[in-house]
Write a protein that binds this ligand. Structure first.
Ligand code: PCA
Length: 323
């Protein structure tokens, strides 16, 4: 056999084995395809697919199309899918630590929030590992403000308003302000507002923009209550079964995605608030009275969180405050 034939036979064998062992991960994501988190997730998936020459392909499924937001963590834990993205604080009902990014007025700028995340990350990774999940990367949302279908200048104005919540902290905020919380995934909120199931929420300009809430709501108050995060996580048994080469490509792409996503969150803040205005909403800081009353409620919620999160929570907040 000539050398040329030998070489091509080897090349074919290599291609074959790559195809035979090519793997696919399905990545459910809860938010709209056009949302910056979803765009970042799609880039991450492409980076892994390209970086492994297709040996590991990641397919993204935004808008809760594969699993709805509230099912994504369970689907990854039980191995129904390999990887997913979810709002971290949505799991606050499992463990208070998951709500570290939703403590009112603790870390309200991106800079402060980065410090809080650095302080919380080791404990968060440990908690996720204890649940069979490995953290790959995490990206913040823009700061959270209050949406209403009428002007609101005090907590008294919120009495009896139907409020869309997305985690324990948002439901508690509703209770403490006399509103009526109903938990609804972001993918469903346009309909909830259109049908009157909800008439208010705390969220970012980004989600208001993604869901065109100006069709139903009129006022956005830049309360800067907190900055929650999404995180991308993989089933730990799946992760442990990967080669070092694959792991290193994934880790590399994850670091790039975290950086790109974080930058997008900052840029998206002004852009989306501008879009709310362009579409007829009033966008302004809260009145002094509203801000003061919300801070008092924030103090109550902070004390409650510290109580629930025990020593781990206290250490994180102390570390954050010391830096
Ligand atoms: N948007 C998501 C979570 C935080 C945010 O800004 C939502 O409203 O569900």
């Amino acid at each position: 056999m000539s050398k040329a034939i030998l070489v091509s036979a080897t090349a074919v064998a290599t291609l074959w084995s790559a195809a035979a062992f090519a793997e696919k991960w399905d990545m459910p994501m809860a938010y709209a395809a056009s949302n910056f988190h979803s765009e970042t997730g799609a880039e991450f998936a492409q980076c892994v697919t390209d970086g492994t020459d297709g040996a590991l392909e990641i397919a993204v499924h935004p808008s809760g199309s594969l699993f709805s937001g509230d099912q994504i963590k369970r689907a990854v834990q039980t191995g129904q899918t390999q990887i997913g993205e979810r709002l971290l604080s949505a799991h606050q009902n499992e463990d208070a630590l998951f709500g570290v990014d939703s403590i009112p007025f603790l870390a309200t700028s991106f800079e402060q929030h980065d410090k809080l995340w650095e302080a919380a990350k080791p404990a968060m990774e440990e908690l996720l590992e204890s649940q069979g999940l490995t953290l790959l990367y995490s990206v913040p949302w823009p700061p959270q403000g209050l949406y209403f279908a009428k002007p609101v200048n005090s907590v008294a104005d919120m009495e009896g308003v139907k409020f869309r919540s997305y985690n324990n902290a948002t439901a508690r905020l509703a209770e403490l302000t006399g509103m009526l919380p109903v938990q609804i995934e972001a993918a469903e909120i346009s309909q909830a507002f259109a049908t009157g199931v909800a008439e208010s929420m705390v969220s970012s300009g980004a989600t208001g923009y993604d869901r065109k809430v100006w069709e139903s709501l009129t006022n956005f108050y830049e309360v800067d209550a907190w900055i929650p995060r999404n995180y991308i996580f993989v089933n730990t048994s799946v992760w442990d079964g990967e080669s070092d080469e694959i792991k290193s490509v994934v880790t590399d792409c994850a670091a790039k995605a975290e950086e790109a996503g974080t930058k997008r969150a900052v840029d998206y803040t002004d852009f989306t608030l501008g879009e709310l205005k362009k579409n007829g909403m009033s966008v302004e800081p809260p009145s002094e009275q509203l801000a003061t009353e919300l801070r008092e409620i924030g103090d109550t919620m902070t004390a409650e969180w510290l109580d629930a999160a025990g020593d781990t929570g206290k250490t994180i907040v102390d570390t954050y405050n010391a830096n």
